[in-house]
Structure formats: C-alpha cells, structure tokens
Design a binder for this molecule. Structure first.
Ligand code: ATP
Ligand code: MG
Length: 307
C-alpha cells in the first residue's frame, strides 16, 4: 500500500526532447514538441498522416537539425549528426525500409554492429591479429539477434528476397545490433498481416524486457494501445494529448483529430432521426402501381459502414 512516507517512484529519462521545432520554409512540421521516454518504457507516437511524426524522429536522430529545441539522451545533449546519435545509444528503423537489398540477412545485421566494434578499417583489410576474434564475436552476436527476431533460418537470403514483414524484422535486428538504449520504430507493422503484427508486438515487449526503451510510431491503434505505457498524439505538428492508452482513447480531441470535427451546419441527431423516419414511412407505403418496393428500403448505418 502506498503511504505518504513512500518515496516517489524514480523515473529516469532516457530521452528528453525539449521544445523541438522543425520548419521547412513556411511550413512548421513540428511545433514546440517536448517528449520524454523513461527507462523501461514503451511510448507510442500517433497522429494523422502528415502530423510530423517522422519529422520528429528525424530531429531526434540527427537527420534533421531542429530549427529550435534540444534533444538529450541520458542527460547529454545530442549533436545533430546521425552517426553520433547512433553511437550515443539511439537506434531506429525507417518508415520506408532501408536495407542493403543485395546483402544477405546476416550481412545486414553485421553492418548494424559496425558502430560498436573497435576494429578499424585497416585491421579489417589487413586481417590483423584482433580481426579474426572480433569477426567471430560479431558473427555470434549477429546470429543471436537473428535468433531473437526469428530470422536465423534466413541468414543467407538476400534482403531483397524477404517478404515485407521479414524485411521490417530485419530492420529491427539491424537497429538492435548497435546495442541501443533506446529504439525508435517508425511504423513497424506497416504491410504486416495480423499474425505478423501480433509477433511484432511480442518482439517489442521482448526488446523492452532486455532493458531497451522504445518509442514507436504506428497507425494501427490496437497495436499501439496494447503495447504502450504512454501515448503522445501529434496533430499538425503539435502535441495535442499525452497520457496512458486509456486517457488518450477517451479524449474527444483525439477522435476529432482522426475523424475530423463535424462541419458547421451538419445535421444533428434530431434531423437525422427525422429523415430516417420519413424514409422508413416511404418504404412502407406501396408504390403507385401497387407493387411493394424492395429497392427503396433506406440503407442503415450498419450497411453503409464498411470500416
Ligand atoms: N524534408 C522536408 N521538406 C519539406 N517538407 C517536409 C519534409 N519532410 C517532411 N515535410 C513535411 O512535413 C509534414 C510532416 O510530415 P511527416 O512525414 O513528418 O508526417 P508523418 O506524421 O510522419 O505522416 P505519415 O503518417 O503519413 O508518415 C508534411 O507536411 C510533410 O510534407
Ligand atoms: Mg511518417
């Protein structure tokens, strides 16, 4: 039981983005967004198309230099250079898959490990004394990651020959190879079938259980709300709401942001009911030639709703 003498729970921010603004000419794609991800957390970032989610990721990972704001990882401000961000401990996957298509699955993961191996180019080229040992270790670590992500049996396949869902998994394996403390996933289940999406959810939980914090962009709401401890909603570049999945799902502004607010002058419930009643009455009235119409039955909402 919680008593007033209990210490406050300790939350250690891994990522601390503060006041991030990204402008492209006259367009403000990300407008003063602050977000923290704590150790042990899975945080979701959702929002309609074009809301600025990927742009925000690009600001976090040094691909873009934010117009304003800072991004810190474990209390150190990150330089806006992607290789330095990876070295610091943040790894990511891309919305548009970026694999080395003509390399094998195993080689793709080995490339991802590159930032963590000490062996330099010359040692590799000359096959110096440390090289063989380092190579063996890299190989073992890469195979472990392929086992972890369920791709070990595909190790010698070319990346371009993998089905889409497995390419997404390989991107995750490659990102993990840099031994991150924070993993950013940009639409990891895009193009996956329901079974693959379920497996991806299990994989993200397993990654979190290894002590890696996760920030994930996704349009699949079921996936997000099952997975995340906390969810932030971006709309037109601004953070609209942030909270637990329950809080976010219940927030009317979030529903409105996705569905659009009803336009002014849109018929209210009463008008809709009146029209329905009139239509139903018309359907019950036999047509002029005495035949009962079978085609004028009003469409119900259920029939019209294909979602
Ligand atoms: N390099 C760029 N130059 C100019 N405008 C850009 C650039 N990158 C993104 N934008 C614009 O910024 C806005 C946000 O785009 P972004 O890709 O971040 O959205 P998103 O939330 O990831 O959308 P989606 O869910 O469709 O992936 C869009 O209007 C986009 O056109
Ligand atoms: Mg995007």
């Amino acid at each position: 039981m919680t008593t007033s003498t209990d210490p406050a729970p300790v939350t250690t921010p891994v990522l601390d983005a503060s006041g991030v603004i990204m402008r492209f000419g006259g367009l403000t794609a990300v407008n003063d967004v602050s977000l923290q991800v704590n150790a042990g957390e899975i945080v979701g970032l959702i929002g309609p198309n074009g809301a600025g989610k990927t742009t925000f990721f690009n600001c976090l990972t040094g691909l873009y230099i934010p117009t304003e704001g800072t991004v810190s990882y474990k209390d150190k401000v990150l330089p806006p250079r992607s290789h330095l961000v990876t070295q610091a401990g943040i790894a990511r996957t891309f919305q548009n898959i970026r694999l080395f298509a003509n390399m094998t699955v195993l080689e793709n993961v080995l490339v991802g490990r590159h930032t963590r191996t000490k062996e330099g180019l010359w040692s590799a080229l000359l096959r110096g004394p440390g090289f063989k040992k380092a190579e063996r270790e890299s190989h073992e670590a890469a195979m472990e990651l392929l086992e972890f992500t369920g791709l070990a049996h595909k190790r010698d396949h070319l990346a371009r020959n993998l089905p889409y869902g497995e390419q997404r998994k390989l991107e995750i394996a490659r990102a993990l190879a840099s031994k991150p403390g924070l993993l950013l996933l940009d639409e990891p289940t895009a193009g996956m079938n329901p079974q693959e999406t379920q497996a991806c959810q299990e994989l993200v939980f397993a990654i979190r259980d290894q002590g890696i914090a996760v920030l994930v962009i996704e349009h699949d709401m079921r996936f997000i709300f099952n997975l995340c401890d906390r969810v932030a909603v971006l709309v037109r570049g601004e953070k609209l709401v942030e909270g637990t999945p329950d809080v976010v799902q219940a927030d009317e502004r979030v529903v409105a942001a996705y569905l659009g607010t009803p336009f002014e002058g849109a018929p209210g419930d009463e008008e809709v009911a009146e029209v329905r009643a009139a239509e139903a009455k018309a359907a019950d009235t036999p047509a002029a030639d005495g035949a009962t119409s079978t085609t004028s039955t009003p469409r119900t909402e259920e029939e019209g709703d294909t979602a």
